[in-house]
Design a protein around this ligand. Structure first.
Ligand SMILES: [Zn+2]
Length: 579
C-alpha cells in the first residue's frame, strides 16, 4: 500500500534533469550556477503543481552539495544532499505565505537570515504563494530583499504574478513555469506505473492527464487514488472514468453519429442515459463542445497533435471527422456554446439541453431543398440591359454555396434580377411565364423552394409579412427569456430586400448583439420560412443615408430589391428601363 500511495512524494524529482516539463528553467539555473552568477532573489511564477517548489528545493540542494556533478546536478549522496533528501537540512527554510502572511511571520524569517549557515554555503528561503503576504509583511521583507546577506538566497513562488508589487519584481530574477504538457504527464505516469509494476490502460493515463490540467502533482495524486481504489486491478479506463466522474467519451461519439444521421431521437435517448448516470447537463454540453473541437482538430494532419488522447482514440476521432464537414462543426460548436452560455439562466435545464440536441440533429438534414440560384460569376456584363445571347439554364448550386453568394451584399439577388431583365429583352412576344420558366430550367422567381411529394417544385413566397411575423415571434421568445437587449434590437420594423432581411443598427453595440444572435435567428427563420438561402444584413443607420440611387437603372434596382413584386410587374408587362 505505502509503495504506491506516495507517488507525488516518492517520485518528486531529485535532480534538475528529473523535473518534468520545465527544461528552460533548469537550464538557466544550471548556467547561472556554473558561471557563478547566481541571483540572490528569484521569483518562480506559474500554475500550481508544475514544479516550482520542487525546483526551489533542487536549487537549494545543488548549491550546497559538496560534489556537484559536471552537469551541475546535486550528487544526492553527500551529507548535505542526504539531509536535504531526508528533509532534515537546516539550510532550507520554507514559509507558506498562504497561511503565514502576517508581519510576525516575516519578521521571524528575517530574524533567521541573520545567522550564517553552520554547514554548507547557502541558506535558502522559500516563500510559497508570496502574493498572499500582507502589505505590512511585504514592507517588512523589502529591506532584507534589498540587502541580503551573501549566504542568503530567496526564492519566492507564486501562482499570481500580477499581484506581486513592482518593488519585489524588480529585485528578483523571474522564471515562468509552464503548464506541463499532457503527453509529458502521461509519460511520467507510465514511468511510475512501470517502476511500481502497476498495470494500466493507456487511455486511462490520458484521462488523468487531461483532468489534471497541466499540474503533475494533481495527476500523481489521482493516479495514487485510483491504484488504491482498484486494489491491484491497475489503472483501467473504467475505474478512471468513475473516479474522476468523467463522462465516457463513447457517448459523445454516439450522439455525434445521431446528429449526423438526422436522428434526434437517438441523441435524446443517449442524453437520458447520461442524466441517469448522474451527470450534470452543463458538464455534458461542455464535453460535447470539446468533442466537436477534437473532431475539428482531427480534420487536418497539422492540428492532429492538439488532440490530447491516446492513439487508438485518435483513430476513432479521425474516422468520425472524415464523416463530418467543417460547416457542420462550426454550427455544432456554436449551438453547444450558446447552450452552455445560457444554461444557468434556463428554467428547464433538461429541455434546454434537449433543444440544443434537436437543433444539432437538424444541421444536416437528409434532403436539403434543391436550389437554383445564380452564381456570382454569372452576373450580367457591365451594361445589364444589353442582351447576352445565351441565357443558359441556371446551374444548380449547393445549399452552402448559395448562402455564401447571397450573403455577399445581396449581390446574388441583384444578379438574378438583372438576368431576368435582359431575358425579356430578347423575346419578341409577350412571354408566358410557364414557358419561360421551362426555358430557364425551372428558374424560380424567389429562390425558396421546397420539395413536395411529386417531382414538381412548389414555391413558397417570401413576403415581408411572413418574414415580419416570424421575426417578431422570435423577438418575443427572446423577451420572455429575459434577453432584453437582443429583444430591443429585433423589436423594429425590418425591410426585406429580395431574400435579405435588412436590420437597422444605431451603434456598434447593436452590431455585436446582432452578430451574437444572427446564427440562431437565421436557423429559426430559414426553417420557419423554408428558405435556406434567407440572409440577414445589419445596416448602420448613418451609413444607409449615403446610398442614393441616381441613374434610372440604379433606381430600378433599388426598387426591385425593396419591392420584388416590381420585378414581376416588369416581367408581365415586358417593361424596359430607360435612362
Ligand atoms: Zn551532494
Amino acid at each position: 500500500m505505502e509503495s504506491f500511495l506516495v507517488s507525488a512524494r516518492k517520485y518528486r524529482p531529485a535532480t534538475f534533469n528529473d523535473v518534468v516539463g520545465q527544461p528552460h528553467v533548469a537550464t538557466t539555473i544550471k548556467n547561472a550556477i556554473r558561471n557563478n552568477q547566481l541571483a540572490q532573489a528569484f521569483l518562480f511564477c506559474g500554475p500550481r503543481g508544475v514544479g516550482k517548489t520542487t525546483c526551489a528545493r533542487i536549487l537549494a540542494k545543488t548549491i550546497n552539495c559538496q560534489h556537484v556533478t559536471a552537469d551541475i546536478e546535486p550528487c544526492n549522496s553527500c551529507i548535505s544532499c542526504t539531509s536535504f533528501n531526508h528533509h532534515s537540512s537546516f539550510n532550507i527554510y520554507e514559509l507558506d505565505a498562504a497561511s503565514n502572511n502576517s508581519v510576525e511571520d516575516i519578521r521571524s524569517l528575517v530574524e533567521q537570515t541573520r545567522y550564517s549557515p553552520q554547514a554548507g554555503q547557502y541558506k535558502v528561503y522559500i516563500i510559497d504563494e508570496v502574493h498572499m503576504l500582507s502589505n505590512a509583511a511585504f514592507n517588512a521583507f523589502l529591506k532584507t530583499l534589498e540587502e541580503p546577506p551573501s549566504y542568503a538566497i530567496f526564492i519566492l513562488a507564486t501562482t499570481e504574478k500580477h499581484k506581486i508589487i513592482p518593488t519585489i519584481l524588480s529585485r528578483c530574477q523571474i522564471f515562468d513555469f509552464h503548464r506541463i504538457q499532457p503527453q509529458d504527464i502521461v509519460q511520467q505516469l507510465k514511468r511510475i506505473a512501470q517502476q511500481e509494476g502497476i498495470s494500466y490502460e493507456e487511455e486511462a493515463l490520458h484521462l488523468i492527464s487531461q483532468k489534471s490540467d497541466g499540474a503533475l502533482r494533481d495527476a500523481l495524486s489521482v493516479f495514487d487514488l485510483i491504484t488504491t481504489f482498484t486494489s491491484g486491478q491497475g489503472v483501467t479506463i473504467q475505474a478512471t472514468l468513475e473516479h474522476l466522474h468523467i463522462l465516457d467519451y463513447t457517448y459523445y461519439f454516439k450522439i455525434t453519429d445521431a446528429c449526423l444521421q438526422y436522428n434526434p431521437g437517438a441523441a435524446l435517448l443517449s442524453y437520458d442515459e447520461i442524466l441517469k448516470e448522474g451527470f450534470d447537463g452543463q458538464h455534458f454540453i461542455a464535453g460535447l463542445s470539446e468533442h466537436f473541437r477534437n473532431l475539428m482538430m482531427s480534420q487536418d494532419a497539422s492540428t492532429l497533435p492538439l488532440l490530447a488522447v491516446a492513439d487508438d482514440i485518435k483513430k476513432q476521432y479521425q474516422i468520425q471527422a472524415a464523416r463530418t464537414s467543417l460547416s457542420f462543426l462550426f454550427r455544432a460548436l456554436h449551438i453547444t456554446n450558446q447552450c452552455d452560455l445560457h444554461y444557468k439562466n434556463s428554467a428547464n435545464k433538461r429541455l434546454h439541453v434537449e433543444m440544443a440536441l434537436i437543433e444539432l440533429s437538424h444541421i444536416q438534414e437528409p434532403s436539403q431543398p434543391v436550389e437554383t440560384i445564380e452564381h456570382e460569376h454569372t452576373r450580367a456584363p457591365s451594361n445589364p440591359l444589353i442582351p447576352t445571347p445565351a441565357a443558359k439554364p441556371t446551374p444548380v448550386t449547393s445549399h452552402n454555396k448559395s448562402i455564401k453568394t447571397n450573403s455577399n451584399e445581396s449581390g446574388g439577388t441583384t444578379a438574378r434580377t438583372i438576368q431576368k431583365v435582359h431575358t425579356f429583352k430578347v423575346t419578341t412576344k409577350l412571354p408566358q411565364i410557364d414557358q419561360l420558366k421551362k426555358s430557364l430550367g425551372q428558374k424560380e422567381e424567389t429562390p425558396c423552394l421546397q420539395p413536395t411529394s411529386g417531382s414538381t417544385v412548389e414555391q413558397l413566397p417570401i413576403t415581408q409579412q411572413a418574414v415580419s411575423q416570424h421575426w417578431h415571434a422570435y423577438a418575443s421568445k427572446l423577451k420572455s427569456a429575459g434577453r432584453m437587449s437582443e429583444y430591443s434590437l429585433l423589436n423594429q420594423k425590418i425591410v426585406l430586400e429580395g431574400i435579405t432581411i435588412i436590420v437597422k443598427l444605431v451603434n456598434v453595440v447593436q452590431q455585436d448583439i446582432l452578430a451574437g444572435i444572427k446564427e440562431d435567428l437565421m436557423v429559426y427563420l430559414r426553417k420557419a420560412l423554408r428558405c435556406p438561402a434567407l440572409d440577414l444584413r445589419g445596416v448602420m443607420a448613418s451609413l444607409e443615408k449615403n446610398v442614393k440611387p441616381y441613374t434610372a437603372q440604379a433606381r430600378f434596382k433599388y426598387l426591385t430589391e425593396r419591392y420584388p413584386d416590381v420585378c414581376i410587374l416588369q416581367e408581365k408587362l415586358s417593361l424596359e428601363v430607360q435612362d
